[in-house]
Write a protein that binds this ligand. Structure first.
Ligand SMILES: [Zn+2]
Length: 254
């Protein structure tokens, strides 16, 4: 299985428009972060986590030519606003399978009504087929099984996903013990770490590290990163041996 980090930034991305912050001004490519997303592929299967506003650019840069489905974590704009750009895949493959909590599907129907329109559809509008994700109900992705992981982003429910010995969790602030049990024996855990200071709805760095200690994956990669976390190079040096800051266009094999 290959994991390609399409984006590793928090909601505004890095650099932030108009910002003079040193991290936003950094010349290091690893300090430039598109909105958070990842591409998982194996054999002839290909799935993407979320579809944020940088989706088009991410598909071009990664040269992704096939997407068998999009697994949505939640409805926030940094995870969904790129849905109009699934059209090239529609023209090649047909309607895009999307997997999400029913609440997220309803939210997308309100915000992107033309995608779901059945009467007088605009020719060339994006098209999807929806699959409701429910907690404790694993589902098929290609020839593998995805296990939903129920987490909380402040007061908002979010799904993470485990596929084989890989798990992708973003926008976590709290997680129940029953869900942590679903994450035992991982080779790779991806989890969000916003910055050093605490935040109401995201793990800060220490909370992410404590969570990694609890889950004990072989390796962990941090994502959904704010410019406030600091320079990639410097922060990486301060981390435990098996913990890495993900960066855009990083590709790992599991
Ligand atoms: Zn987010």
């Amino acid at each position: 299985m290959k994991v390609y980090f399409l984006g590793t930034g928090t909601s505004q991305g890095i650099p932030i428009i108009g910002s003079d912050h040193p991290v936003c001004k950094s010349a290091d490519a690893k300090d430039k972060r598109l909105r958070v997303s990842a591409w998982l592929s194996w054999d002839n299967h290909s799935f993407v986590f979320d579809c944020g506003p940088d989706f088009r650019q991410q598909m071009l840069v990664s040269n992704c030519q096939q997407v068998d489905g999009i697994l949505f974590t939640h409805e926030h704009a940094d995870h969904t606003a790129g849905i109009d750009d699934i059209r090239p895949f529609n023209f090649r493959q047909g309607p895009m399978p999307i997997y999400a909590h029913q609440r997220v599907i309803e939210n997308l129907k309100r915000r992107f009504d033309y995608v779901f329109e059945t009467v007088n559809r605009y020719p060339g509008a994006p098209s999807v087929c929806t699959f409701e994700v429910q907690n404790n109900i694993p589902f098929s992705v290609g020839n593998k099984t995805a296990i939903p992981i129920n987490v909380m982003h402040g007061d908002l429910q979010v799904f993470g996903y485990r596929i084989d010995d890989f798990a992708y969790l973003t926008d976590v602030k709290t997680i129940e013990e029953s869900e942590i049990q679903k994450l035992k024996g991982l080779k790779v855990l991806v989890v969000n770490a916003l910055r050093e200071e605490p935040h109401a709805t995201h793990f800060n760095l220490q909370e992410a590290l404590d969570f990694i200690t609890l889950v004990q994956p072989e390796k962990a990669y941090l994502t959904h990163i704010s410019h406030h976390l600091g320079f990639h190079e410097e922060v990486q040096k301060s981390l435990p041996e098996n913990v890495f800051i993900a960066y855009d266009n990083l590709e790992i094999t599991i």
